[in-house]
Design a protein around this ligand. Structure first.
Ligand SMILES: [Zn+2]
Length: 274
């Protein structure tokens, strides 16, 4: 039975091939019959001669015919299957990209942008990071981020990590709260906040973000000597102990802070004391 979806041309090819195979079989049987009559003692030799006379019979025997048809049908089936998988993959990919784009625009639509005045403050903080050599973070903060001044719908339903800022990865969206402008003492403290958020822009978790800022606070110029008494320094110090406790296990150092050696330039004792 011919399936409904079989193209007419394919059916035609099969019919002609079947006809040709029938003729070939008849010719071959005829030759073998003649040879067996004339030389019954050398059957193998007769077959060889008959094959020389009819080369087609060597390639068009019933077994090879079966193989040829089977391979044709299988290859058609495989091609169709790979096409269907490919189209399914492309369709899913397009849906995923459209979903991400739709999600991103829904975040934009439900929040407010940062004013130009506040954006100047943000840019000054980024300039501090640039001056201190945080090139990767500066690139991300300048070229990949959309800054918002109010919470979008997603931030309203999830827990906010602190009162300074919140980052939505991988949408590269940073929401800056009033404390970023008011509670932070100066541009260096704001730069510290952005350095933390820049770790989230790279997919880092809280532990890594707090640890990275704490280890690099000397490079940034945000040290306990200069900022130890500010509310921001005290808050972040406490949050770093909470989120990255492994940095505070060096009992022979001030406040058990293993990074103190990094600040003084001496060799850290972290590994020895752990
Ligand atoms: Zn964070």
């Amino acid at each position: 039975m011919i399936p409904l979806f079989t193209p007419p041309r394919l059916v035609g090819v099969f019919s002609i091939l079947d006809f040709r195979f029938g003729i070939a079989d008849l010719n071959r049987n005829k030759v073998i019959e003649q040879d067996s009559r004339s030389d019954t003692t050398n059957h193998i030799g007769a077959q060889k001669r008959s094959l020389q006379k009819n080369p087609q019979s060597a390639t068009l025997n019933p077994q090879s015919r079966h193989m040829s048809l089977s391979q044709t049908v299988e290859s058609l089936s495989k091609t169709g299957r790979s096409r269907s998988w490919r189209s399914l993959l492309i369709t899913n990919l397009i849906i995923a990209v459209l979903t991400v784009i739709g999600f991103y625009f829904s975040l934009l639509a439900t929040s407010q942008p940062v004013s130009s005045t506040d954006m100047e403050t943000v840019n000054r903080a980024i300039d501090v990071l640039a001056a201190k050599g945080f090139d990767r973070e500066v690139f991300l903060l300048r070229h990949t981020v959309t800054y918002r001044s109010t919470d979008h719908w997603l931030n309203r339903v999830i827990f906010k990590e602190n009162a300074f800022a919140a980052t939505n990865f991988p949408f590269q969206m940073i929401t800056l709260y009033p404390d970023f402008y008011r509670k932070a003492n100066d541009d260096t403290e704001r730069a510290m906040v952005l350095l933390h958020e820049a770790q989230h822009l790279q997919g880092a978790d809280e532990q890594h973000a707090y640890a990275y800022v704490w280890k690099n606070r000397a490079k940034l110029g945000w040290t306990g000597q200069l900022y130890g008494s500010t509310p921001t320094y005290m808050d972040v110090s406490g949050l770093t102990r909470e989120n990255a406790p492994e940095l505070f296990v060096c009992t022979l150092k001030p406040d058990s802070d293993c990074t103190e050696d990094l600040l003084t330039g001496q060799k850290p004792q972290t590994a020895r004391l752990r």
